[in-house]
Design a protein around this ligand. Structure first.
Ligand SMILES: [Zn+2]
Length: 463
């Protein structure tokens, strides 16, 4: 069977994942993600896909992160009429992400409309609208549980396996006839993460497409990071301030709640109020609650003992803007988890406005801060930062804690790859050039693949 693989995103950086597999008479897309980052990077979302969306029979979605599902409404808008297959939690998360992105696109277009009008330029068209996102939802509906094999035609089938990255995240094992097995890693998770299970291993692969986000480094031990988090909280409360934690809404926010609840039940958390001030994170909590089958043993045990990590005493879920504003009146002993994770928008900016200039308060960064973001300026030690058209002195104490990653590090990736049993072809994707180059060296050192490829955008391989 002739197998053609082409790469249409997630190859010159970590966003925009989109790979096309053509085999056995089918065109199968794996992920259709959003390019994220600078203005120039996000403009790439408007470029041609590099294939005809109408020719796609199946879209297999590995997980609900924006950089894997964010261009699906656009794909549908441009003619996709195939079937989307994913796990049930991935569907719920992707739905929230696509609708949220549509709203941001609409708001952005509205904002530029006024500016363009004054300049006499045509108003911009949103990349896609809420209606487009709702339209895209009609193509979901074919769900796969972990371990379930879905037949795509008489020659091809796919099995979804637990990738241990975020709730519902999968890697894919595609059987092409009796001859070839193709494995797409999607995003692979860190080991010993709270709530969800560790990544499963593949069982042999002839062709493997593997991510390499953190393939050039080893993560710090998670328990060390939890201790650092606790110490930062205690120090801040001793000074009489609040703790602000900018956080991604999916998985990171829930991981934080898990550790804070553990501190609470071990009597390690001083008397305080914990606020989850993010409507999206609150929705993700709800999705998690509906999928106990994805929980690891530790979380199942906690629930049996009525220690729900996402709903412990002292935790406040603030859905409405009014509830969020009330937090402004609290001067001390509040832990505020809010988005966005890099302080580029969302409610965290309001909390920064009320705390960043206070030397008693603290900002704890637990995630990656991209260049050019407000979060990065604070982490880099800028003395003054500007947002909401105002300048603020940074007097709050800034902490950076690095061990909470949702991605596998180099050792976990190499260990996972070993289970592919020396694939004929290995494709390295979803990583910065430098990380992938170092990953390739390591793979060659221990001989884990016969041929290694570094695909370029829109590059195609017939195997
Ligand atoms: Zn991801």
């Amino acid at each position: 069977m002739s197998i053609t693989l082409s790469f249409h995103g997630g190859v010159d950086g970590v966003t925009g994942s989109c790979h096309l597999l053509s085999a056995g008479g089918l065109n199968i897309l794996i992920d259709c993600g959003f390019f994220q980052g600078s203005f120039e990077t996000e403009r790439r979302n408007r470029d041609d896909f590099g294939f005809d969306p109408a020719s796609i029979d199946y879209l297999l979605l590995t997980h609900g992160h924006l950089d894997h599902c964010g261009r699906i409404p656009l794909l549908v808008k441009k003619g996709f009429r195939g079937k989307i297959i994913c796990t049930p939690p991935t569907y719920h998360i992707a739905k929230i992400i696509m609708l949220d992105t549509a709203q941001i696109q609409e708001e952005d277009a509205e904002h530029w409309k006024k500016i363009n009008k004054r300049k006499g330029i045509e108003p911009p068209v949103p990349l896609y609208t809420t209606l487009d996102a709702l339209d895209a939802l009609r193509y979901f509906g074919n769900f796969a549980e972990y371990g379930e094999t879905v037949r795509l035609n008489n020659q091809l089938s796919v099995t979804f396996r637990d990738a241990g990255h975020i709730l519902g995240a999968s890697f894919l094992e595609i059987e092409a006839g009796k001859e070839k097995k193709i494995v797409f890693s999607g995003d692979l998770g860190n080991r010993n993460k709270p709530i969800i299970k560790d990544p499963q291993y593949p069982q042999k692969a002839d062709i493997c497409i593997i991510e390499g986000t953190y393939s050039d480094r080893r993560h710090k031990d998670i328990e060390t990071s939890v201790t650092e988090l606790r110490e930062a909280i205690l120090e801040t409360f001793a000074r009489g301030g609040n703790v602000l934690i900018p956080s991604f809404a999916i998985e990171r926010a829930q991981d934080l709640l898990f550790y804070l609840s553990r501190m609470y039940y071990k009597n390690e958390l001083p008397n305080c109020k914990v606020f989850l001030d993010s409507p999206m994170a609150i929705s993700v909590n709800e999705i998690m609650r509906r999928h106990p089958e994805c929980f690891d043993e530790e979380t199942k045990m906690l629930l049996q003992n009525n220690h729900n990590p996402l709903n412990f005493p002292g935790l406040h879920l603030t859905k409405t803007p009014d509830d969020s504003r009330k937090i402004n009146y609290i001067g001390s002993h509040a832990i505020i988890i809010a988005g966005s994770g890099m302080c580029t928008g969302g409610r965290i900016k309001h909390h920064l406005k009320h705390n960043i200039w206070r030397k008693e308060s603290a900002i704890i960064f637990v995630g990656y801060q991209a260049e050019g973001t407000l979060g990065r300026s604070i982490v880099d030690g800028e003395k003054t930062v500007k947002f909401f058209d105002e300048s603020f002195r940074v007097r709050a104490k800034v902490y950076t804690i690095g061990g909470f990653s949702a991605h596998a590090d180099r050792d976990i990736l190499l260990d996972w790859l070993k289970h592919c049993e020396n694939p004929e072809h290995l494709f390295l994707v979803h990583g910065e050039e430098r990380a992938l180059a170092s990953f390739e060296k390591e793979i060659r050192k221990v001989n884990l693949a016969r041929e290694i490829h570094n695909p370029n955008l829109n590059q195609s391989y017939t195997l």
